[in-house]
Design a protein around this ligand. Structure first.
Ligand code: ADP
Ligand code: TRP
Length: 342
């Protein structure tokens, strides 16, 4: 049996990330990137991960900025452990079949369903005039449905905020299959962690998100990461270090639970916090140390890759070739099904 035959028998996993801004934060990492990377080691699956550069055009309309964002997110993923020997890693724009299929799939979803998508509704909530929302943003879920369905994946590992988009992809597939009385497009499962799919931000209120400025970075200079951690919301009812504090739901302890690998230290900190025997500053300083330890290897690996731009380009080119082989096959099947090839 050849390698490609073995590969074809595996169920596929697919996910993407939009290079819309700064480096990844710990919410992205624990909610999406870590589960994605872990799946690369599962022999049942073949993983496909891509940088959704076409999606980024909805907000990044500066060429230098876009190039920079793409580079950053690629390095972040490779630094965090994505292994191109195990995963197929590529740029969306280098696999033209995504965009071609999206043009077809737009016909199997209604305007009413699209209007309910939150990326679009969020813009309106922020006071943007409906007339001026760009069509790339409005159509974003159709392109995302195409990104997904073109690989006929079993599952799509993402954070909670992407659930609605994966569900729309299911709706598109269902409508398509019903229209042509076929099972050509299998319905993908959203793979979303119950506990980690929506990590709270340092403001203690909203989900951690780069656009809200409530993040803790992974690869930034420690000056900045220390500031982010020291500025983190804790227990508002605690005035002095001697007041008993709340651990449950306290963001600093949520982050400790994710990052700190020293169980004994954490148990001790929690115990003293509840009794009012430790100040926020010490808890935060320990979190900074834990962050340094947890991400040391990823930071070193990323630093190494910065010196090897040619290798990074080669990884993406190889990934695109392998992805295009699968994507163009599905595109062809869809074109045959609808009557565009006979
Ligand atoms: P951001 O909101 O910071 O712009 P993205 O939209 O780029 O993040 O999300 C990239 C991936 O990380 C998506 O799969 C998303 O669901 C996930 N994600 C983003 N923020 C969080 C969070 N706070 N908790 C868990 N997962 C998240
Ligand atoms: N919308 C996702 C995000 O903002 C990125 C994305 C684009 C994606 N296409 C996808 C995720 C397909 C999963 C599957 O992070």
């Amino acid at each position: 049996m050849t390698n490609s035959m073995v590969m074809n028998q595996k169920k596929r996993i697919l996910s993407g990330i939009t290079p819309s801004g700064s480096s990844l934060h710990i919410g992205n990492y624990f909610g999406a990137v870590k589960p994605q990377i872990e799946l690369q080691d599962n022999p049942e699956y073949q993983t496909y991960y891509f940088v959704a550069d076409l999606h980024a055009l909805t907000t990044v309309q500066d060429q230098t900025q876009l190039e920079e964002n793409i580079k950053q997110v690629v390095l972040d993923y490779l630094g965090l452990g994505l292994d191109p020997a195990k995963c197929i890693f590529f740029r969306q724009s280098q696999v033209p079949a995504h965009a071609q299929l999206a043009v077809i799939l737009g016909n199997y979803i209604s305007y009413g369903q699209m209007k309910r998508m939150h990326a679009f509704k969020d813009k309106l909530q922020k006071g943007v005039e409906v007339e001026s929302v760009n069509m790339g943003l409005f159509n974003y879920p159709i392109l995302m449905a195409s990104d997904i369905l073109i690989y006929k994946p079993f599952g799509v590992p993402v954070g909670e905020d992407q659930r609605q988009h994966v569900e729309l992809a299911r709706d598109v597939a269902e409508n398509f299959n019903r229209t042509y009385k076929t099972e050509l497009l299998p319905l993908p499962e959203p793979l979303i962690s119950k506990e980690k799919g929506k990590i709270v931000g340092t403001d203690g209120r909203r989900k951690m998100s780069k656009s809200l400025g409530n993040t803790i970075g992974i690869f930034e200079d420690y000056d900045l990461i220390e500031k982010q951690i020291m500025g983190c919301y804790t227990d508002p009812n605690r005035v002095k270090a001697t007041d008993p504090g709340k651990v449950a739901g306290n963001p600093v302890f949520i982050y400790h639970d994710l990052i700190n690998q020293n169980q004994a230290e954490m148990a001790d900190l929690k115990k003293r916090y509840l009794l009012g025997q430790v100040g926020d500053v010490e808890v935060k300083q320990k979190l900074i140390l834990a962050h340094k330890q947890f991400f040391a290897q990823a930071r070193a690996k990323r630093q190494e890759l910065v010196q090897q731009p040619d290798q990074v380009v080669a990884i993406l080119a190889d990934g695109a070739k392998r992805a295009q082989a699968v994507a163009s096959q599905t595109l062809r099947e869809v074109m045959e099904q609808v009557g565009l090839i006979n």
